[in-house]
Design a protein around this ligand. Structure first.
Ligand SMILES: [Zn+2]
Length: 171
């Protein structure tokens, strides 16, 4: 799962990343992965001694990696991806339209999207979907983790700042 921030500039994201890493490691949710050597590899962090208290599901030890990713990118639910419903009427965006809008967002900034069904319009990041996709400058990635408690995710999101979203994936 990703928890990500939609409204940060690149400069803000770099500063915020350091604050988020400090918060997650100070509370023991994450520890530095001693086997992580190459900066571009995933798995910079592992679940720390405080991680189990953040989980809703049964905690199975081993293999829980995490990264705090900085730099503009598209974060999506990958093969679980579902285009989002209109925040006004619930009519779903077409997949091809959503993919094109994500390319526009990554290249030029967040587009405002008008719904074909109700003619309402909203920024693309306000078209929300649990298994969706967003462009973000900063994202926390939990790979192969059990479900995380809502209050933990909400605090992480508010610390990221601005509008924040989650993207789930099915394993
Ligand atoms: Zn609509």
């Amino acid at each position: 799962m990703y928890v990500l921030a939609l409204d940060l500039s690149a400069d803000e994201a770099r500063v915020r990343r350091a604050e988020i890493v400090r918060w997650l490691t100070d509370q023991g949710t994450l520890i530095l992965n001693p086997r992580h050597v190459r900066p571009r590899d995933s798995g910079e962090f592992l679940a720390g001694p405080g991680a189990e208290a953040r989980a809703t599901d049964e905690w199975l030890s081993g293999g829980h990696e995490a990264d705090v990713l900085c730099g503009r990118d598209v974060y999506s639910a990958m093969e679980s991806f579902e285009p989002p419903p209109c925040p006004g009427c619930g009519s779903q965006l077409a997949v091809e339209d959503h993919l094109e809008l994500l390319r526009v967002w990554e290249r030029d900034g967040e587009p405002t999207v008008t719904c074909d069904a109700c003619r309402g319009s909203a920024p693309l990041g306000d078209w929300e979907s649990e298994y969706g996709a967003y462009v973000a400058e900063l994202a926390v990635s939990f790979e192969n983790w059990p479900g995380l408690k809502g209050e933990f995710v909400a605090e992480l999101g508010s610390r990221l700042g601005g509008r924040w979203r989650t993207v789930m994936s099915r394993y």
